[in-house]
Design a protein around this ligand. Structure first.
Ligand code: ATP
Length: 255
């Protein structure tokens, strides 16, 4: 079976005043359908750049990025906008909710834009809100709920249209540990029960320990990958800490 995401020799350079700096160099890897993959590495290693390029928020300088059969690195902006809307889901640290809409309206927005039928929308909102434990909050506004509940609203919105892949950039970055655990457990159960494919950038070894595989990136290059296999989450957490300690600078970021 072909991989869901195929990244081939991706490079990203930024023009600085006198020279160009490479944020990504010859990055190649694959993600299969149903995987939950973490991306870790020291500050400035290129994690967000990689995620932005894969999520079509930024364009690579070189290389190919296939999601299914579509090469998004070579797609024009109009097609990309449709592709992004129809096939990709995003969860960011800062939620990106619309304050003037209720939790329900925020969640259903992607389906309303896609002109789905009201009955189908209502059913899907109920299902996804139950998964994220926010069924009782659907008529509240974002300012009336906690940060953790806002992030679960954002995650519900990201998943409502059944995207091919979810890109999450430090989704637990602004959350207290209880809210972070709730979110990670929901993401993990979606991954296990519905085979939702997730790629998550994180500094945090605890958050990363919910993933099944971790890609480590250093100085813009993939340096190593580890898989959880049959290990418990706690054993995997320790394994990630050991990797970060070996990588040097990143260990301090994680603790
Ligand atoms: N828009 C930009 N213009 C110029 N340089 C950039 C830009 N965005 C990122 N860079 C540079 O690219 C490199 C990688 O940055 P990136 O933000 O991807 O790292 P990161 O691993 O996500 O770091 P952090 O963990 O601190 O968020 C850095 O050297 C950064 O300064």
């Amino acid at each position: 079976m072909e991989p869901l995401l195929l990244v081939k020799n991706v490079e990203k350079s930024y023009k600085k005043s006198v020279n160009t700096a490479k944020a990504l160099e010859q990055v190649s890897f694959e993600i299969d359908h149903g995987e939950f993959v973490g991306v870790m590495g020291p500050s400035g290693a290129g994690k967000s750049t990689l995620l932005n390029v894969l999520a079509t928020i930024d364009t690579p300088t070189n290389g190919d990025i296939f999601i299914g059969r579509d090469n998004i690195a070579k797609m024009d902006e109009e097609k990309l906008a449709d592709f992004r809307r129809d096939h990709l889901g995003f969860i960011f640290q800062d939620y990106n909710l619309l304050d003037s809409l209720t939790v329900r309206e925020n969640i259903l927005l992607p389906l309303a834009i896609a002109k789905k039928k009201p009955a189908e929308i209502a059913k899907r909102v109920d299902e996804i809100a139950a998964t994220f434990g926010i069924s009782d909050l659907l008529d509240q506004y974002p300012y009336q709920i906690s940060g953790g509940q806002r992030q679960r609203t954002a995650a519900s919105r990201a998943l409502i249209s059944n995207p091919k892949i979810i890109f999450a950039d430090e989704p637990t970055g602004a959350l207290d540990s209880k809210s972070a655990t709730d979110l990670l457990e929901s993401m993990s159960s979606l991954n296990e029960q519905h085979e939702t494919t997730i790629m998550m950038v994180t500094h945090d070894a605890y958050a990363a320990s919910f993933c099944r595989r971790i890609l480590f990136i250093k100085d813009g290059r993939l340096s190593k990958e580890i898989t959880r296999g049959n290990r418990t989450r706690k054993q995997f957490f320790q394994m990630i800490l050991d990797e970060l300690a070996q990588m040097g600078g990143a260990a301090n970021d994680a603790i």
